[in-house]
Design a protein around this ligand. Structure first.
Ligand SMILES: Cc1ncc(C[n+]2csc(CCOP(=O)(O)OP(=O)(O)O)c2C)c(N)n1
Length: 178
């Protein structure tokens, strides 16, 4: 169990809905607690370390700004999703990552409704999110699909193919931010 004395804010966050209850001014402190908790947990269990540490603030911001799991986050590769898992119901089990029967080290749809696309191999996120966005657009659904992709994964042909696909559509189902 998480120690509420060490993690006064993170101990109150089981899901992103809890995160969204906090005032924006507290998000920096929440990111600090999330970083410390990740270091404490993965420092003992092992697993992907650096990638998660690089997206702490981004993970907090995405779950704060988007209405997950209604809006869908698609993480490329998925090796950076330990902070996402901590904020989406797996805070108390993240120490089991990579163990038999434990939390998966990559997004896994069977594990959580917040893991929207099963990954491991890189460069698939734009294509997957585009498919989700097109399907929703056709249904008149305004929920959002968000692809999160790093510079390394952006170098593959599949990512460029998805960019060309999205850019060539008349009704622009996707927009960009970097
Ligand atoms: C098709 C494929 N090739 C190689 C890998 C091995 N791999 C895992 S993470 C990674 C680098 C990803 O770089 P980037 O997208 O910049 O993510 P970051 O380093 O920022 O976490 C690679 C090459 C993979 N997962 N899939």
């Amino acid at each position: 169990m998480i120690d509420s004395a060490c993690y006064p804010r993170l101990s109150r966050i089981q899901t992103p809905a809890d995160l969204r209850q906090f005032d924006e001014s507290e998000l920096g402190a929440i990111a600090g607690e999330l970083r410390a908790y990740l270091i404490e947990s993965v420092g003992k269990s092992g697993g992907h370390f650096a990638a998660g540490l690089g997206v702490i603030e981004l993970t907090v911001a995405l779950h704060y700004l988007f209405n997950t799991p209604v809006d869908q986050l698609v993480w490329d590769v998925g090796h950076q999703t330990y902070p996402h898992k901590i904020l989406t119901g797996r805070r108390d089990t993240i120490h089991t990552v990579k163990q038999k029967g434990g939390v998966a080290p990559f997004p896994k749809r069977e594990e959580s409704e917040y893991d929207t696309f099963g990954v491991g191999h890189s460069s698939t996120s734009i294509s997957a999110a585009l498919g989700m966005a097109i399907a929703r657009q056709r249904q008149g659904d305004t929920r959002k699909a968000v692809a999160v992709i790093g510079d390394g994964a952006m170098t593959a042909g599949m990512a460029f193919e998805a960019l060309a696909h999205a850019g060539g559509m008349d009704d622009e189902p996707m927009c960009w931010s970097s």
